[in-house]
Design a binder for this molecule. Sequence first.
Ligand code: ZN
Length: 435
Amino acid sequence: MGNSILLKNASIIDGTGSVPYSGHIQIIDDKIVSVSKEEIKPEKENTETINLEGKFIMPGLIDAHCHISFDEPKSNDELFFHRREGLAAIIAGTNALKVLQSGVTSFFDADSLYSVGVDLRDAIESGIIQGPKMAVGGNALITSAGGTAGRLIPDEGKRGYGAVVTSKDEIVLEIRRQIKMGVDWIKIHVSGMVPRQTSEGELQAWSLDELKLACDTAHELGIPVVGHCRGAGSVKDSLLAGMDMILHGTYMDEEGLELMIDKNIPLVPTFTFQANLIDYAERMDASKDYKDIFEKEIQDNVPMFRKAFEAGVPFLCGSETGFSVTPYGDWHYKELEVFVDKLGLTPLEAITCGTKNASQAMRRDDIGVIAEGKVADLLVLSEDPSKDVSVLGNKELIEKVFLSGKEVDLNPAPKRIKDPSGWRISSYSNKILEK
Ligand SMILES: [Zn+2]
């Protein structure tokens, strides 16, 4: 006896950007088998019929940038030095459920601590624990020049989510090793911060030759490559090397933009981390330096991103969830809001970026839209997100979440009593005693 559900009289926002319409959706097992403005006769006798008059239905959100294994660190020190493998995996499982219950039915985790991402994806796919669909990278490949954690990255070996590669041989070895272990993507930390840099954005930490080698090695085994790129050179060389998706992409120049358009490469700007730090700096007692840098980064890049959007570059919503600034289950929708407020997208366009477009990060074309034959990953809302995307950030307005045709229990899991010992940095004090 298969699962048969008929959703009736809903206002349907299908994820393609089409004007919402009132209609009906028939689900059998995990698939949408029909969508119509006309009445649908229940497919089977045991069909469960749900009347959604006055409600809104859209594809489940897809978060194209989410770090499920980090568990909300407040600093790079905590992230790189205070996480253990077994516990990181167990906790990631509980965080995955939070993400799902907030309306995210798929996410892309570009890099994780140890190999937590691959293991969690496999556990979810096997039905061992409940969570969104996942596409995962392994450890981000970093050169000895470092990434966004600067000196905390060792000269060689592994640390946190990074694998440091010191030669061309090591690039090839690490990529083949990760692909053997089952990653969906290879992630490269193309740019990083060095103390004395003079250029805008971050410094390019990989050469074009190294990037080409990495892309060729991964592509030979059928696996795409994604790059963390902040800075004109890193965007351009990554695209020249054959990279398949760009995270951040800030300070991209005209040449980079031309390449991105020609090659039709998706862009995941990921402004949510910065936007939250700016919006809630006081509440979080956040660093003023970071606030200023991030404010400038958004302002500096809005015109170029707007141009890219208008030129047809696929924009994907990614929230950078996983840090103290972006806790699990709370901010996945916020990138849609930023796209509307800062880049001037309509709510419908932003929804497409968070559903249909974001499915490109999952390398799947059977999710992210409501249409016949697609997987039934759906959200039912009591207010209209096509008028105001912030509806998606209010859990009280998310009435139902369907994952592969099954309704998800939205009762929150029990709250954590405390953090396991050694999990967070424990300071003697927050300030130095002044005499
Ligand atoms: Zn990230």
